[in-house]
Design a protein around this ligand. Sequence first.
Ligand code: MG
Length: 407
Amino acid sequence: MTAADTAFEMGHVRRIGVVIVAAGQGLRAAGADTVPKQFRSIGRRTVLERAVACFAALPEASIVVVASASELARVRRLLDAFSNLRIVAGGTTRQQSVRAGLEALGDDPPAVVLVHDAARPFVAFDTIRRVVAAIEPDVAVLPAVSVSDTLKRAGPDGVVEATVDRSRLYGAQTPQGFDYAAIREAHARAARAGLHDFTDDTAVFEWSGGRTKLVEGSADNIKLTFPADFVRAEAMLARSHSMIDVRTGNGYDVHRLVEGTHVTLCGVAIPHTRTLSGHSDADVGLHALTDALLATCGEGDIGVHFPPSDERWRGAASHIFVRHAVELVRRNGGTVCNVDITLIAEAPKILPHREAMCAALSEMTGLDRRRVSVKATTNETIGFVGRGEGIAAIATASVSYDAASNE
Ligand code: MG
């Protein structure tokens, strides 16, 4: 299940509100320093940024982050890059903070709402999907994991009194999911009753007469509480970063042949009785390669970066386009592994120029000669290429992206 699938499934069923509670002081995790845990970093990003990012891909989700009043400016700076997000001040207890977040969603109420602890930065889309799918007007949803350790109940002297049957015990996680109007009303009632110390929202919902259903949580959805939890979080991040991230892009281009004196293919001018017609030098090989490179980092295609309507590119040498694509790949954290171009032409003959083409490609991409390849084929006199009306090219590029590029 990808983010996009989940987003489609959820976003088009019900509008989702998300309340992320980041108002706690979290001093148990602080260890030697006293930075609240949501502001501590795991890798290059804070716990809070990671928690928000788990929900930011939901389409049309309204996200409210609840921070303590004294931290509002810091949280605004930290979450500056996220759109569709509001930051409001919390109260003195967790329950009051959640209520502030729920009320903030009230001007454009969502159908359902997820309440999530900022200290859980590793919630997976699958968990979010399961929670949203199970919400009913009078049924709250709680992601939970079964307890694997044998449980003992001990007295104040540390002496065991009983072994507890764990078969029906679960560890509660977040996000907890609710019908928006129902949980908002439950919180309002609890506040009116003078109750302010519920530690989770399904407890508020149950107190108010609702029921809670469990769905499968995830062992990776840890709540960062103690210093050792941060050690585990760094290890989890390192594990996800060890994933090999090699991406392959392809590109295709064709240009028409007209009267002329030469064609330019893969950066090499070859004398010919025809020329390729186009806005730039019409080098089909380099145009296809530019598209292949751009495809590996979601940067669109050559027309986006170098529109034919732009006079600057009239007659331009196409190595400019390739160099720009290589630079975009680099800026996105990529290293080009290899590039491969197949030219499809009846004439001129490509083979005598292949080494010059590879040298040109090597120079413009910065790649070792063994990592660039040019091949050629005719079209067996079939079709527009076979009739000599044009020349086509297909290109493939493989690019290795470092883990930090996904941050
Ligand atoms: Mg072209």
